[in-house]
Every structure is written in structure tokens, then in C-alpha cells.
Write a protein that binds this ligand. Sequence first.
Ligand SMILES: [Zn+2]
Length: 456
Amino acid sequence: MSDDGWSEGQGEGRGELVLRSTRVITPEGTRAASVAVAAGKIAGVLPYDAEVPPGARLEDFGDDVLLPGLVDTHVHVNDPGRTEWEGFWTATRAAAAGGITTLIDMPLNSLPPTTTVDHLRTKKDVARSKAHIDVGFWGGALPDNVKDLRPLHDAGVFGFKAFLSPSGVDEFPELDQEQLARSLAEIAGFDGLLIVHAEDPHQLAAAPQRSGGNYADFLASRPRDAENTAIAQLIAQAGRLHARVHVLHLSSSDALPLIAAAKREGVRLTVESCPHYLTLTAEEVPDGASEFKCCPPIREAANQDALWQGLIDGTIDCIVSDHSPSTADLKTADFATAWGGISSLQLGLSAIWTEARRRGRSLEDVVRWMSARPAELAGLSQKGAIEAGRDADFAVLAPEETFTVDPAALHHRNRVTAYAGRTLHGVVKSTWLRGERIVADGEFGEPTGRLLERNS
Ligand SMILES: [Zn+2]
């Protein structure tokens, strides 16, 4: 939305802007401040009543909260190849509307998957003109692409995703323990990061498999032990190789003591969970409602309480969406065969804030879990905080305002959501990328997102 002279690039004052709020969330806490922006960067966090330089534009958000743009390191954009499921245009608009300014795309469900440098190039070519927010890429570790890992690393991927159980798509096979060891050794050789879908295939195969619309049956088919076992094996391998690993979408709270112990012992381990595990419970999933299906599954309320404890004590590092949509027809009423994936890109901040608030946590906690920590995980030192020198990426949030989730108001391609009809706290008023407003009240500007590389 370049309706102002500054973003058009007029001489020296280009991009000069002051963003003012009585509640700015900085790494040191929340305070009234004026944030000076120049050339897309935060030039300084100034006193609230700081003088606006001549020629600079003032945006005063009153009591709405100015927070750093969220960083979502777990998004399945599926573009190219399965663009009827999602795409860069729709995903990045949904993300922007939800206060996210950076996403990192998962290497699977697109065709091709991001498993060679050539495929990465194809993905970038597709993303370039469609990105409303900054976009980076994870690579994929397959049984047969060990030789591609270092070139992908050199080409700027943020790390590598591997599955230990079937991924759901044929072109992205899982690793067995031996293949995991081989890939991990290669990745450790250049101090890369392996991010892992940790469910043990043997435990899954041994679990009762019943088709139909009963959620309890589906839950029984993906037991906690499958996660606990796979995480234990991953920790053992990471410890042995001194490799950096990250557990994706933790659902089983039983694994928390194991994770905490590994961290204490110096294993280079980080862990994420997702809004659906932290805000939805198995007890409330209606029969046949496969918009709630994901793997690992949403578990019981008591499990959720324990996950929150893990977040609060730091065992879980961050919260990211695992936005993984499909077309509506694949979300059948049979939990056994329906596509597994929950679409929440636009809603994660409000969903988590609603639950955090209920549990007596602060918006600062939410910012740490959804912006600072994911930025750290990806090594994005220019993101994740409102402080001088970082990118001028912001979300403006009215945390006390509520809204009821209406699928028609969502911007991702298939408006299937597990959150329909829920009343959430926290309305995103506008989102800013490098000092430019990219969305306000559902109105988007032209795509100005950049394609990010590791350490860029
Ligand atoms: Zn995922």
C-alpha cells in the first residue's frame, strides 16, 4: 500500500517513519514508545513522546499493541504442484493477516519436494512474485539424497526435515534409524539443523487401526508411545553425533521429562508445539470432524495442560502453525483416510493469545514463543524483536478485542478450519514488513516479501 510518498523512494527520507504505541513489546518488556524506522530497519526505540523528525511520517496506534512480526517456521505452502491445496499467494496473505511476517516453507507436499538444489530453484522461481511476507525454505532429507544435503545447505536452506514414519505423500519417504544416522552425520558435518517428524513407525503399525468417524479410534491409532519412542531415539542419535536437532509439532506431553533431561545434559535439542495441541482437545472433537485431524493427533485436555507447563518452563521452545491444508474433499468424515493437517496460519496468534490469557500468561510470553524463539531456531537474527538494527516487521494487535472465526474471512486457499465459530481474543489491525504496511483491515498491498536464505 504505497499511498505515501516515503515508500516510493523520495531522496534521503525514504522509508522514514515513526510508529507510536502506549504498548510496544520489546525484549526488555512492554512500554510506551516511538519506534523509528529508516530504510526498512528499526532505527531506534525512542521515548513515547520523542520528536518526529521533519519529513517523517507518524503512525500512532494509540493503545493497540505493537509487537514484532511473527515468525512461523512450519508452513506447508504446497506450491508448485499441489496449488489446489495452497500456494504462496494465498498462504502469505493469510499469514500477513494473522500478524506473521516471515514463514519458512516445508519441503514436502509441493511437487517437486525441496530435496535438491534444482528443486529449490524451482520453488523460489514460483514464490518470488507471490510472497506478501518474507519466505525461507527448509530442505528435505530422504533415504537417497544424502549427497544433496550439503549443496542445499550452501544454497541457503534453513535446515532439513525428515520423517521417521510415512509422511503421507509417496515422493517424501521416511528414514529408518540407519538412514537417520547417515543423514544426521552428514548434516552435523556442516553444523546444520535436522528437524524431525518424530513418530515411531513400529509403534504406529502395532496400534489398533479402525476406520470411521470416531475420534477416540483415531487417537488410539497414533499413541503417545510412538512419539516418545521416536524422540528418545532422536535424542540418542543427536547426543552421539553432537548434532543439532529439532522436534516438530510435539503433542505427547509424556515426552517432556525426556526432553528436559536431554537439554540438561547438553543435547542440542529444540522443540516446537502448535496452536491446535495447545488450544483444542480430543474431548471436544465432534465425530467425523476431520478438520481436527493431524499427525501426531490433538490429545486430551490433561495432556494439553502438561504441554503448557512445558512451554512455561522452557522445555518447549516455540509455537508454530504446522499449517498443512488440502482441498475440502480430502477432509472426509473418516479419520483413518482423511488428509491430516490443520489450517491455522491466520489464526495462530489469536488462538494462542486467547488460551495464554486464560492461563494467566502475558502477551510478552506469546511474542517470545511465536516470534523471538522461532527466529532464533532459524538463525534469523534480523527478525523476532523490536530493537534497533532489526527489520521493521510488526503486527499491530488489539488484544482485548474479540472476534468469532468465520471461515469466509480466511485468506488461505481452502477455507477449512478447526477453529470455525470460536470466539478468540486479539484482533490483528495491521501488519508491517520492512516499514511498509502489507495488510490493514483485510486490505492487502502488492507482494513485497523477500526470499530469505540462512544467515541472510
Ligand atoms: Zn508439518
